[in-house]
Design a protein around this ligand. Structure first.
Ligand code: PFF
Length: 474
């Protein structure tokens, strides 16, 4: 194993294995479920433009900074930050933000697994439908052939009303995630990424081409790329930056942890840029996959979070070979979600293993088990616990159920805070020589990186934190 580096001898077997795993971490529900939804709600092109600015100016330097912390620290996020702090002669207390990241990873996974469970359910629905169409002798029939456009969206409401079904899907998804992480970096995480990510890209390209031929591609292009600046408000910019951080998996310990398994000779700067830009490319391609289909059947592009789960199945209902494409579409989302959840669990598992000395499988099952249990509360908050409030005294969350409270706490507080501390740490506290050596950058590029991570990122992230917590200031 050329890349075996971290404690316990774990490491990626090649640079490509790392790239695929990190792209797998970044590409997830955020790209396919949230990005097109946000672009749809915020006027398309203008949002995409701001989003791209956030990626280049803040996201890419953050990805590089996190991977370099991991590679230098060679441990989980908490202990890696401590190592960089020690080698820079600053307080070990900086390790705290590594800890925040791990907490954020665990918190994200609690609700991420619930949404991934919905995806799994739709894989089942579409799979049954495809088989039905196949056996009826007409595999080209539209999906959900026996149903009407009015009843198809009730699949989601039915799911939400059925606790046992919701929980079974959640258990299944977490079970697969834990099983893969328990198998280790090379035999579990890397193997899953090297199989699932290429399959994901093939499906993404295939369905986009399908949409280009059968749907309204030109309208989707215009929608995603014509900027309407009247739609830009501080809250839209705030949303774009938050989404960029979430989508690139920044500030949630995953990239630091994955960085810990990267070989010394790997050049980090081009690798980080490749990971970040691939994530953005996938988000845009996901928009170009979804909107031609949405427009083809006259659905609302700004339908919000139900776009993928309620609107698209209606589209597949009427389109040629819709039952097959619908099935492939949800399989694609499932692959994307799984490689992301693996990275989230790995961030927590690596820490648990380092902290307790437990074996990897034991750490993965216990960490995954705790996350699963909190996830049960998220799932139940969609129905029988919908009235439960975690933070009734905090106006921002006074009306939010458990699911939305955890999602909001992570997105508005924990991730921005961790990102802020990460950028201050790397921009101002970490030893300059150490940072320079790990990034491999020099000259003008090093200057640009330093400026972005030391000034642009902390100021922008501070603003997200401020306006996220005090929306009345906007
Ligand atoms: N980036 C993932 C997505 O877009 O769905 C979510 C995610 C994964 C966030 C891993 C954070 C993380 F550490």
């Amino acid at each position: 194993m050329a890349g075996a580096v971290a404690p316990g001898g774990e490491g990626w077997s090649s640079r490509w294995a790392f790239i695929l795993a990190a792209v797998g971490a970044a590409v997830g529900l955020g790209n396919i479920w949230r990005f097109p939804t946000l672009a749809g709600e915020n006027g398309g092109g203008a949002f995409v433009l701001v989003y791209f600015g956030c990626v280049v100016l803040i996201g890419l330097p953050m990805v590089l900074s996190e991977v370099l912390i991991g590679r230098h620290g060679r441990s989980d996020a908490y202990h890696s930050v401590i190592k960089v702090a020690e080698d820079s002669g600053v307080s070990r207390k900086w390790g705290l933000f590594g800890g925040f990241g791990i907490l954020g990873a665990g918190a994200i996974l609690t609700f991420y697994s619930v949404v991934a469970g919905w995806v799994l359910y739709y894989v089942g629905v579409m799979g049954a439908d495809f088989l039905g169409a196949l056996f009826s002798g007409n595999p080209m029939a539209g999906a959900l052939a026996a149903e009407s456009p009015e009843t198809i969206p009730t699949r989601m409401t039915d799911l939400f009303a059925n606790n046992w079904l919701l929980l079974s899907m959640h258990v299944l998804f977490m079970g697969v995630t834990i099983w893969i992480v328990a198998r280790g970096v090379t035999d579990g995480i890397e193997k899953a990424a090297t199989i699932l990510m290429p399959a994901f890209f093939v499906l993404l390209v295939m369905i986009t081409i399908y949409g280009a031929f059968t749907g309204e591609f030109a309208r989707a292009l215009a929608f995603l790329f014509t900027p309407d600046f009247s739609k830009l408000s501080p809250s839209v910019i705030n949303e774009a930056l938050g989404q960029a951080l979430f989508s690139m998996s920044v500030a949630s310990a995953a990239l630091i942890t994955y960085g810990g398994y990267v070989a010394k000779e790997t050049k980090l700067a081009p690798t980080a840029v490749m990971i970040g830009l691939t994530d953005t490319g996938v988000a845009i391609l996901a928009g170009l996959m979804i909107f031609p289909i949405v427009f083809a059947v006259g659905l609302d592009a700004a339908a919000g979070p139900t776009l993928v789960f309620q609107s698209l199945p209606i589209a597949f209902h009427t389109m040629p070979a819709g039952s097959l494409v619908g099935l492939l579409f949800f399989v694609l989302i499932f692959f994307a979600a799984l490689t992301s959840s693996i990275s989230l669990l790995e961030a927590v598992t690596a820490w648990a293993k380092e902290k307790t000395g437990w074996s990897r499988p034991k750490s993965a099952w216990i960490a995954g088990g705790v996350i699963f249990l909190v996830g049960v509360a998220c799932a139940l908050s969609l129905n029988i616990w919908s009235d439960v409030r975690l933070l009734p005294f905090w106006p921002l969350f006074a009306e939010a159920n458990i699911f939305d409270t955890i999602d909001g706490l992570v997105g508005k507080v924990l991730l921005p805070l961790t990102a802020l501390l990460t950028s201050i740490f790397i921009g101002w506290k970490a030893d300059r020589k150490l940072v320079e050596a790990e990034t491999g950058l020099s000259g003008g590029m090093l200057g640009i990186y330093r400026f972005l991570i030391g000034w642009v990122a902390p100021i922008a992230v501070f603003l997200i934190l401020l306006f996220g917590l005090f929306p009345q200031l906007l």
